[in-house]
Design a protein around this ligand. Structure first.
Ligand code: 3H9
Length: 693
């Protein structure tokens, strides 16, 4: 075996050369990997004793793509195109041997090999769209030549990972290897190719499938139409589609040039850096400075949930989905039965869409047990309380849990804003108490705010974060403060949205601006969806707010056919003259002369106070990093990923601009806009949140 460089080896097995990459964690195409590949292939090509070349990787995966951390830095080493040319134009067959994932540039390299073999567990994909770009090393030109235009469109715009069996069916790989025996199978396959003198099959020359789509622009038009909602606001899906169009309509080399042009447009645009930032932010979030990875975790074999309402039921589904038995406790049998039947209905709906088998539904339901006594939770390793949001009720539940739960069990509250330390104070084991704030619908939303109390122990934190990962959530560790990170910032936006309406905007103006910014819906449409009567008590309602008036008229949101908006039978909303009248009356009563508020002000008034609040959260140490706050907003509140999150966006628009607006609003509207000291400091030092360590 010859070491070409620290990450690449070249060896021989008879007349087959083996190029082995070993560049943990994911064999990404760093400068060293590209240099290694170029050097190894050049040497194998020049060696007259070599009849075929196998490319294989050590570690958990085949090449997972370009090295994203090198993006935006000055280029070094061999270019990816040189590497690909060397492989594709090799005068002897090249076989890519795939395990783990062949993604992005990794699959593009494999597509330059003449043949591909993979173990059944392997997956292939072009996920560049997820980081705001397109496969820029020939992927958009080669992929449709193998899998056809429709499948290529689906793959490049979704970034989905396709399993080896499906790849075999589509021709993306040529042979399956036995699991765990890839190297031997790849060598045998290479020998077969040499023996049978098979041609050097270059994907670039396979034109049949792209030609079949030529002259059929409707394929693209229909695809765009069917996905318009999903792609809204994103640049990358459209660019990916255009690149596939180029593959269909242009000769290969011209298609490559168009792919490059489109790639550069994305690469130098605003969205790709934001999406790349989010990619790393979502991985960074697991790294806890004072809770190292080797902190012991409490094994969670059985979970208890208190409350079978929407939240409790959704939370229970996460555990059943992960194969962990869960007991749900309710006070009344009727509520318990209703809760369990909602869970079943949710599973049945998923099964009806073909995303779950009937057997899976039964298996998951079989893991969920209902109970009416808290005592049934005595043997649970983790108990999550999801009862009504009132401190006295929560404290009572935790005091009882303290008497019932076994030693060492993690006691979690799903509260969305109450003080975890106060809740923990109701027990004699505050070190075991933690917040696990799921987002509704809890079986769907990815975010889990893990709230560490003053006395929460490190193993309990590590356990909560570990279980978050296990059930497929993205866990963000935050500190105790009203509303934690997400809702604390949200309340800034809600307050300003309400104030803007009093000053002259209509709810639909505010909603339109935030929707156009990229949120799935604005705050008023959101309130209508959630129900305006959350936290509203009929008996105490005195028409003091616009919401009071709406609720008093039984306009309690979508469920009653009216709220801020009017709704038709299909729940399509339209601005409501009734709401408009109530707002006008409120303004008159308050002596407000409405003014014209432009879209830019609406956006800044809703977003900048959130950024300012984020800065306060950071200076108080309630979030570990600015990027953690961004992860919260992207995964819990629909912040558009292509805008990177509120803190990233603050840096993007310029913190000096945010600060100057906050100062001027503070002068005209008071201390709700008081700038955070951190914001002041960063601006004084000409720095951004990105510079915080
Ligand atoms: C591309 O290829 C462009 C081309 O078209 C060429 C254009 C010219 N680079 O996710 P994990 C790190 S674009 C650098 O936790 P898993 C990651 O940050 C690329 N680093 O593991 C983490 O670091 P740390 C297209 C990368 O087992 C560590 O590896 N490819 C890269 O859950 C482990 O990652 C993609 O978009 C990378 N490409 O999942 C694939 N990938 O430990 C992106 C990972 O310090 N990657 N890291 O936090 C993935 O989807 C997942 O990482 C993968 C493994 C499925 C591979």
């Amino acid at each position: 075996m010859t070491a070409i460089n620290p990450v690449t080896d070249l060896s021989r097995d008879g007349d087959i050369a083996i190029v082995t990459l070993n560049s943990p964690p994911v064999n990404a195409l760093s400068a060293a990997v590209r240099d290694g590949l170029k050097g190894a292939f050049d040497a194998a090509i020049q060696d007259p004793a070599v009849k075929a070349i196998v490319l294989i990787c050590e570690g958990k995966t085949f090449i997972a793509g370009a090295d994203i951390s090198e993006f935006g830095k000055p280029p070094k080493g061999a270019s990816l195109f040189d590497v690909e040319d060397t492989i594709e134009s090799a005068p002897k067959p090249v076989i890519a041997a795939i395990h783990g994932t062949a993604l992005g540039g990794g699959l593009e390299v494999a597509l330059c090999a003449h043949y591909r073999i993979a173990v059944p567990s392997a997956k292939c994909g072009l996920p560049e769209v997820n980081i705001g770009i397109l496969p820029g090393a020939g992927g958009t030109q080669r992929l449709p030549r193998i899998v056809g235009v429709e499948e290529a469109l689906a793959m490049v715009t979704s970034g989905k990972h396709v399993g080896a069996k499906q790849c075999l069916a589509s021709g993306l790989i040529d042979e399956l290897a036995p699991e765990g025996d890839l190297r031997a199978a790849a060598l045998a396959f290479a020998r077969k190719i040499v023996r049978e003198a098979r041609p050097l099959r270059k994907v670039r020359d396979l034109n049949e499938k792209v030609e079949a789509a030529r002259g059929h622009p409707e394929i693209f038009a229909e695809f765009r139409k069917a996905n318009a909602r999903k792609f809204r606001g994103f640049m990358a899906p459209e660019h990916n589609i255009r690149a596939i169009e180029a593959a269909v309509n242009l000769p290969f080399n011209d298609g490559l040039k168009e792919e490059r042009r489109l790639f550069m447009e994305l690469f130098s645009g605003p969205q790709a850096p934001a999406q790349r930032y989010v990619f790393f932010a979502e991985r960074q979030v697991w790294k806890l400075p004072d809770v190292p990875d080797d902190t012991p975790q409490i094994p969670v074999k059985k979970v208890g949930i208190i409350g079978a309402g929407t939240m409790g039921g959704g939370i229970a589904m996460n555990f059943a989905n992960a194969g962990i038995p869960v007991t749900i406790v309710e006070v009344k049998d009727e509520a318990l039965k209703r809760g369990l039947s909602v869970i079943r209905k949710n599973y049945d709906n998923t099964a009806a869409k073909g995303r779950l088998s009937a057997a899976d539904v039964e298996r998951r339901m079989g893991l969920i047990t209902g109970a009416l006594e808290l005592e049934k939770l005595a043997d649970c390793d983790l108990i999550i309380e999801a009862v009504f949001e009132r401190m006295d009720i929560k404290k009572d539940v935790f005091a009882r849990l303290d008497r019932i739960a076994k030693d060492g069990a993690v006691l979690a509250s799903n509260t969305s804003y109450l003080n975890i330390d106060e809740i923990a104070g109701a027990t004699r084991r505050p070190q075991s108490v933690i917040g696990m704030h799921f987002f509704s619908p809890a079986n769907v939303m990815r975010l889990l705010e893990v709230v560490r109390g003053e006395k929460t122990s490190k193993p309990v934190i590590a356990t909560a974060m570990g279980i978050a990962r296990k059930i497929g959530k993205i866990g963000v560790l935050v500190g105790v403060c009203p509303g934690f990170v997400g809702n604390r910032m949200l309340s800034q936006r809600q307050r300003e949205a309400q104030k803007l309406v009093m000053e002259g905007a209509m709810p639909w103006d505010v909603d339109r601006v935030l929707y156009d910014f990229g949120f799935p819906m604005g705050p008023f449409a959101m309130s209508d969806l959630a129900g305006l009567d959350i936290g509203w008590v009929k008996e105490n309602s005195r028409s003091e707010t616009i919401r009071d008036c709406l609720c008093e008229m039984d306009r309690r949101g979508q469920k009653t056919g009216a709220g801020y908006y009017d709704y038709d039978e299909k729940r399509n909303r339209r601005p409501s003259p009734v709401t408009e009248k109530i707002i006008t009356e409120f303004r008159t009563k308050a002596g407000v002369t409405p003014r014209k508020i432009d879209d830019a002000e609406i956006l800044e008034r809703c977003i900048f106070p959130m950024i300012n609040e984020g800065a306060k959260i950071l200076e108080e140490g309630k979030a570990i990093r600015a990027s953690d706050i961004d992860v919260v907003w992207i995964n819990g509140y629909g912040w558009p990923v292509y805008r990177g999150g509120p803190m990233y966006y603050g840096d993007f628009v310029g913190l000096d601009k945010v600060l100057s607006r906050m100062r001027s609003w503070q002068a005209s509207m008071g201390d709700a806009f008081k700038p955070a000291a951190l914001l002041e400091r960063l601006v004084a030092e000409s720095k951004g949140f990105k510079d915080l360590k």
